[in-house]
Ligand binder design. Structure first.
Ligand SMILES: [Zn+2]
Ligand SMILES: [Zn+2]
Length: 740
């Protein structure tokens, strides 16, 4: 008897087996959507993963329907899902839910309803009553088309010179014509139809980069394309996309978040507008489903998808090239729900499954990616200078402690930053001020020398835990008392924090006529005001933008003369082992906003830690130095790229029980994994997702260990805990592999 193993959109590991009724016997194959009964009265839509013959089918329920004429999911997609579920330690059902476009109703037996359009045709037998001249004219258009029975779309008909709403409704009323609904076949919505602009010629550096990339991709190696902002990486990418489209391939251009979309679309659709499809949160459900339907029906025509991480799950049929833009960007890590995947990693696997070329593109690569480039796993293509020899912005690091001690700086801005601002405004040029407020917790800082406490085991900044009035490491959980005076200089220590509003007030007081926009979580609550402010700024209606982390990225600021960083230390003193890497990335990316118009420009960074090697590396745009500094430290403290991190979150409503169970679980973890385990650490109480008390374990696994065996050890511990620890199964457990 023919049976199918079906993947259902449920938070479980297993597949469910159903009997195939005789009517569907010949048609059912892996990748098809089927509807199946579940439990007492539910119906689900699922994906057939395997078909098998069984001797008996006792107790099996029957498949109730098939929804597709062709496989809805390809073998490559299923392989990708399988890999995600295995690598990121989550259920295949969770991957299924994340992978398929919203709008497919999984808990109902219906596929999405097809899109229809109203059409008009003449009635049969032909109308013989009395018509006005105008009505006859319109009717003759309907009867004289190629296939009168197929009619003409209503919206087109009324726009014709002979047509109007009034004439048409008279025809319908008299019974000379009739309206009917016709199913419109799904179509891909391309950005625009107009002619493509020519792609700029390559300069010498760019031609070399293309050569390095082609050499790499011909050996199936990923390529890391690295260059400062303005070095023309986008021109290199445009040439590669052009080549792929010319050879009839599909291209995926991955962007970290919708913020970067308008910039990417503006840059790319100039050249490939009539082949460009955008796929992100703002894409309508109908457009998403249409793209899915067209691709899964086997359409292989060349196209360029510009999309966020959900685009990785599209049913590509002919994928030739993937470009991961800003590959270092944290937004690529999906942390909110399972599967907690990193889009860059999934893109690498997707390229492998399709035998497609893949290029990781960055102004300051992730340390992990750069280490692969150095080891030869990836090829490195480097663009040294700005395109057309435009000058790189000069970075000035201002020692804020020194300036305050000497009473040179009184307010929030150093004299240099003030002078540069004055110069910019005097010549009607624009300024961006950055202020990082993305804090997990408050950080203690010395007023005099800028010293900040760091965990001696983990080498990360120590956040202040208010309830306990102690400094508690968010990695290992070790607590430290508050130091009375600064151990470095004896100065006074304080919990710091200046808001963007304060900065706005001070700038406005200094420059009363200035038009200022503040971009932070208070003023920008959705994408709409964000893009509106960027537009106003670019149209010259705003002189200065004060922004938090949200302005970092690929935003199209065209005429910035000066970028100021009010407190660079806030980027360094973050309880995260990646703090310095991210600080380097953020600061060099911000610097990239200045001088895009080709004019000389400046970046002024104010920091107490002005003299640190990291800040000196930033000043020189010296990525290699930052990399070397970071690698020394990470090797010493067992961080990636030398290890792979896995966070395990245990949560439960009953706090007392959580602690008891966690202790037992800790015992099982260390019995198998020894010193690779640290924690548990109490998650600072947050809202929403982690509202329940949560404890966090951190595993540091050797980079050389196979993820399959790591997963099997972790699953083994889970199985043991489930049987041996009372109350364990009542807790929620979350695995976060490669957390950021
Ligand atoms: Zn001090
Ligand atoms: Zn620690």
């Amino acid at each position: 008897m023919k049976c199918v193993n079906v993947l259902l959109p449920l938070h479980v590991e297993q597949l469910y087996t159903y009997l195939v009724p005789a009517s569907l016997n010949d048609r059912v194959m892996p990748g098809y959507r089927v509807t199946v009964p579940f439990g007492k009265s539910k119906t689900y839509t699922g994906i057939v993963i395997e078909v098998e013959e069984r001797a008996t089918a006792v107790g099996l329920k029957e498949v109730t329907g098939m929804l597709d004429e062709h496989p809805f999911v390809s073998a490559q997609q299923m392989a990708l899902w399988q890999w995600i579920s295995s690598y990121y330690i989550c259920f295949a059902g969770d991957v299924l839910r994340a992978a398929l476009p919203s709008g497919l109703q999984w808990d109902k037996a219906e596929p999405f309803s097809p899109i229809t359009e109203r059409y008009i045709r003449c009635t049969l037998p032909p109308f013989e009553g009395v018509l006005t001249t105008k009505q006859s004219q319109l009717l003759s258009i309907l009867s004289n088309t190629n296939k009168p029975e197929e009619g003409i779309a209503r919206k087109n008909l009324v726009k014709m010179p002979e047509g109007s709403e009034a004439i048409l409704s008279a025809l319908l009323k008299k019974g000379a014509a009739e309206a009917f609904e016709r199913v419109v076949p799904p179509q891909i919505k391309f950005e625009e139809k107009r002619h493509a602009d020519p792609i700029p010629h390559l300069d010498e550096n760019q031609a070399l980069a293309i050569k390095a990339i082609s050499d790499a991709t011909s050996q199936q190696k990923p390529a890391l394309l690295y260059g400062v902002a303005g070095s023309g990486k986008s021109v290199v990418c445009a040439h590669l996309i052009h080549k792929a489209l010319q050879s009839g391939k599909q291209v995926l251009y991955l962007i970290p978040d919708a913020k970067a979309t308008s910039y990417s679309i503006a840059r790319l659709s100039r050249y490939f507008g009539n082949r460009t499809v955008v796929y992100h949160a703002k894409t309508t459900q109908r457009d998403r489903l249409n793209l899915w339907s067209v691709l899964s029906a086997g359409n292989t025509e060349p196209l360029l998808v510009i999309g966020v991480h959900s685009a990785l799950f599209l049913p590509f049929t002919n994928l030739g090239l993937i470009i991961v833009d800003e590959e270092h960007n944290d937004s690529y890590k999906h942390s909110a729900s399972a599967p907690r995947y990193h889009a860059r990693n999934v893109a690498l696997m997707l390229a492998k499954l399709h035998n497609a070329d893949i290029i990781l593109n960055s102004t300051a690569p992730a340390i992990e990616s750069y280490s692969h480039a150095l080891s030869g796993k990836y090829a490195l293509a480097e663009l040294g200078n700005r395109y057309n020899s435009a000058p790189i912005p000069t970075i000035h690091i201002e020692n804020s402690v020194e300036l305050r001690r000497k009473k040179i700086q009184k307010g929030l801005f150093s004299p240099l930053l003030l002078t540069k601002m004055e110069q910019a405004f005097a010549t009607k040029q624009q300024v961006v001020l950055f202020h990082n407020r993305k804090h997990y917790a408050r950080i203690l800082e010395c007023n005099e020398c800028g010293w900040t406490p760091v965990c001696s085991l983990c080498q990360v900044a120590l956040p202040y835990a208010k309830q306990k009035n102690r400094l508690i490491c968010s990695y290992c959980g070790n607590g430290y008392p508050l130091p009375g005076a600064c151990p470095s200089c004896g100065g006074e220590t304080k919990l710091k924090g200046v808001g963007t509003e304060q900065i706005e007030d001070e700038v406005q007081a200094l420059f009363p006529d200035l038009r200022i926009a503040r971009m932070d979580s208070e003023t920008v609550t959705s994408e709409q005001p964000f893009f509106a402010m960027v537009d106003e700024f670019n149209m010259g209606e705003i002189d200065l933008i004060i922004g938090t982390q949200m302005i970092v990225g690929n935003i199209d600021f065209a005429r910035v003369r000066l970028v100021g960083v009010v407190n660079g230390d806030l980027l360094l003193n973050v309880p995260d082992f990646r703090a310095h890497e991210k600080a380097f990335q953020t600061l060099t990316q911000l610097a990239g906003y200045a001088g895009r118009d080709g004019n000389p420009s400046d970046v002024v960074i104010q920091a107490a830690q002005a003299q640190t090697p990291l800040m000196q590396a930033v000043k020189e745009y010296d990525y290699a130095r930052m990399y070397a500094l970071q690698c020394d430290e990470r090797k010493q403290y067992d961080y990636p790229p030398f290890t792979r991190l896995i966070r395990i979150l245990l949560s439960g409503a009953n706090e007392a029980m959580l602690f008891v169970v966690a202790q037992e679980y800790h015992r099982l973890l260390t019995a198998k994994l020894g010193s690779r385990v640290s924690g548990p650490v109490e998650m600072p109480v947050r809202e929403g997702k982690y509202a329940a008390p949560t404890l966090v374990f951190l595993l540091k696994i050797e980079a050389s260990a196979s993820f399959v065996s790591v997963r099997s050890v972790i699953n083994g511990i889970y199985a043991t805990a489930s049987t041996e620890i009372a109350g364990f199964k009542k807790l929620k457990i979350v695995y976060d592999v490669d957390p950021v």
